[in-house]
Write a protein of this length. Structure first.
Length: 285
């Protein structure tokens, strides 16, 4: 396994291709693909904004290949993680952590990776473009109410274009935590509390910690309350799981130090919404 990284336009992305499950000694195609994806993600200009060096989004794409049925046909999964800096701090907070378990694509070594927002050409390119726009959207929402709108809509456009390709993950009939379901939920009024929670937690909570840790904790609790309104209507909401996958460890850290806070109700809500993290929630004092 190797990790490749280059300078970015909007993103500082590390791309890893894990081919450990594939037997055989010829790993050259994976190394070529890794370099190509790294350049594609980092060197393409995805927005009309000019990002300063310190504004570039830190993110990681980990593509694990589980099957290679021919020299050009691949299957696997991809984990996407992104973070953003906290005001007056060197700390990077995770804002997106998502695993897409069903990726299949065709790739010929040294193939030129290009993204056309108005057509479907490559499932691999479409998957990566979708997650780039989702990363940009979550990042935008973490700084301003609905700050990620244009990027989420760009991600939705990728979904609509990619449906014609016939690959899994783009259709409303596909099951599981799909790309279709993710962006459909993000843009749905039913789950508007998720986007407000991203803003409240990061901008109103973590970003004020350097000045007022008590108020920061209050805002983080308020963000959990926004998620609870979703839980009360849709207990199995994908976006609650997505939020907790990125923030669970940090929530425990926040409420394990600093000004004392009565966490009894908070822990109760967290255990209801994310029972898979019960062991972590028990560490909140």
């Amino acid at each position: 396994m190797t990790v490749t990284q280059v300078n970015a336009q909007e993103l500082n992305a590390s791309v890893t291709i894990n081919s450990d499950q594939i037997s055989g000694s010829n790993k050259q195609v994976y190394q070529t693909l890794e370099r190509s994806l790294t350049e594609f993600v980092n060197q393409k200009k995805w927005t009309n904004r000019n990002f300063k060096q310190q504004e570039k989004i830190q993110c990681i794409f980990t593509l694990t290949i589980s099957e290679q049925s021919s020299s050009t046909d691949f299957k696997g999964d991809i984990q996407i993680q992104s973070s953003r800096p906290i005001y007056n701090s060197t700390y990077l907070t995770p804002v997106f952590n998502f695993k897409d378990n069903n990726i299949s694509f065709r790739y010929t070594e040294f193939q030129n990776l290009q993204f056309n927002p108005n057509a479907f050409d490559s499932n691999l390119v479409s998957v990566i473009a979708f997650y780039v726009y989702t990363i940009l959207g979550i990042d935008g929402d973490s700084f301003a109410i609905n700050g990620g709108d244009e990027y989420f809509k760009a991600a939705e456009k990728v979904v609509n274009q990619a449906q014609q390709g016939g690959f899994v993950g783009w259709s409303s009939t596909d099951t599981g935590p799909t790309r279709y379901r993710l962006i459909n939920d993000v843009l749905s009024n039913t789950f508007i509390g998720f986007r407000k929670a991203v803003y409240t937690y990061n901008r109103l909570g973590l970003d004020v910690f350097h000045d007022d840790k008590e108020d920061g904790k209050e805002q983080i609790v308020a963000s959990i309350g926004l998620l609870k309104t979703i839980y009360n209507r849709r207990p199995n909401a994908l976006l609650i799981r997505t939020f907790m996958d990125s923030k669970a460890d940090e929530i425990v850290d926040v409420f394990s130090g600093g000004p004392r806070y009565n966490t009894e109700n908070l822990k109760e809500d967290l255990m209801k919404m994310s029972p898979v993290n019960t062991t972590k929630w028990n560490n909140i004092k």
